[in-house]
Write a protein of this length. Structure first.
Length: 214
């Protein structure tokens, strides 16, 4: 199976990729600011599940397809971008509900757990940064002589959701704590809701416009 040295080397590479803020981190921060820590942490879990599905897809051949097909990469990228823009528009449309809820002494406006997990899952699944990373860096760390290649890839790929959950949860908690200060004023919170929506829209537009270097 996977050698300890290969596992450690790939984990170190994953850590470097994850700690640099990308679509998942920025999405998590925007959720923490707009709806609070609980939804942000659920988003992190959903996101990790979506990313691990990328690992499974790469393990069974999507990596080679994405590396060789600009069309497939573009479809993945645009789906993720469109979904982020949609969520951003929704956040702006409903920003006043945040201040109204706080005016009624309700400290958060959480969504249902399944919906929040779904949102995070879709963003993780359509994250071009991680799919290209996996397609490029998973294959060099496996050896056909060490056992079934898909199994090796899925074992190595466990590093990504585990490290992402740890790192993104820190971002969610820090952003959620900053949100508490804004929550002391309904007008501040309304501003945060609109800003969080703009961040998601800008992030989606940036993903759509960037090329394969993502």
């Amino acid at each position: 199976m996977v050698s300890p040295s290969h596992f450690a080397a790939f984990a170190a590479l994953v850590f470097l990729m994850v700690v640099v803020p990308g679509p998942s981190v920025l999405f998590t921060i925007s959720r923490a600011l707009t709806v609070g820590r609980r939804d942000a942490l659920l988003t992190v879990i959903g996101n990790a599940a979506g990313v691990y599905l990328q690992v499974v897809a790469v393990a069974f051949g999507l990596g080679a397809i994405v590396e060789g097909s600009a069309a497939v990469f573009t479809v993945i990228k645009l789906v993720g971008a469109a979904y982020l823009i949609y969520l951003g528009v929704q956040a702006i449309r409903h920003r006043r509900k945040l201040s109204e809820a706080f005016g009624s002494a309700v400290r958060t406006v959480p969504g249902s757990a399944p919906r929040v997990l779904r949102d995070g899952f879709v963003v993780g699944l359509a994250n071009p940064k991680s799919i290209v990373f996996l397609a490029a860096f998973l294959p060099p760390f496996v050896s056909p002589a060490a056992g079934p290649v898909p199994v090796q890839m899925m074992l190595l790929g466990l590093c990504l959701p585990v490290i992402a959950i740890a790192s993104d949860s820190v971002w969610a908690l820090v952003a959620g704590a900053a949100r508490d200060w804004f929550a002391s004023s309904p007008r501040r919170l309304e501003l945060v809701g609109g800003t969080g929506g703009l961040v998601m829209i800008g992030l989606g537009a940036g993903i759509a416009l960037n090329g394969r270097a993502d």
